[in-house]
Design a protein around this ligand. Structure first.
Ligand code: MN
Length: 206
């Protein structure tokens, strides 16, 4: 998302308290209104006068990455990652598909939804320090990708379907250091499976 004024902070797709009790209004308020907003503001400052200025967000992420991992990439990628993070959750979350393309793909790759769930949680726990854990589609296959800091599988030509934020600011107020509890709550109560299905169907055939 880019406008004449640069990158924008999107509205959350639900009320601040809509994800309670699994994610508190206070966490969402700070995460969206302070952390995400700070990424947007800083990215706009850094992008001024560079080749990414005025590009659509996804293109800006990929272009910035080609110039290396530095502040410009980090701040722009964090905008993209957070945009998808909000879209990856819903108050009616945690309801895996019972039929359709996404379920077929999960079965083909992981065996079943529970096996996917376990691998996703394990990957999120195994990511040392700050970062993200993703479900992506790549060349007709699903993959779980965990990556540090602002890294995003978009730069590897993969299609992100779901993402969970592993930075402590995503969960510390709610569950303190218990990242495993956060990941379980996230996948069981908040994950927006219908959104993932929509993104999978929108993936161009390769
Ligand atoms: Mn975050």
């Amino acid at each position: 998302m880019a406008t004449a004024d640069g990158f924008a902070l999107p509205e959350l797709p639900y009320a601040l308290n809509a994800l309670e009790p699994h994610m508190s209004a206070r966490t969402l308020e700070l995460h969206h209104g302070k952390h995400h907003k700070a990424y947007v503001d800083r990215a706009n400052e850094l992008a001024r006068g560079t080749p990414v200025h005025g590009l659509p967000l996804e293109e800006a992420v990929v272009t910035a990455r080609k110039h290396g991992v530095g502040p410009l990439f980090n701040y722009i990628a964090q905008i993209y990652n957070h945009n998808l993070f909000w879209q990856s959750m819903t108050p009616e979350g945690g309801q895996p598909p019972r039929q359709g393309a996404l379920l077929d793909a999960i079965r083909a790759t992981f065996g079943n939804v529970d096996a996917f769930r376990q691998q996703f949680i394990k990957a999120g726990l195994g990511q040392f320090g700050s970062g993200w854990v993703w479900l992506v589609s790549h060349q007709g296959q699903l993959e779980i990708v965990a990556a540090g800091n602002a890294e995003t599988p978009l730069t590897d030509g993969k299609t992100p379907l779901l993402v969970c934020d592993l930075w402590e600011h995503a969960y510390y107020l709610d569950v303190q250091n218990r990242r495993e509890e956060f990941l379980m709550r996230w996948i069981d109560q908040l994950a927006h499976w219908a959104g993932a299905e929509k993104r999978l169907r929108a993936t161009p055939p390769r």
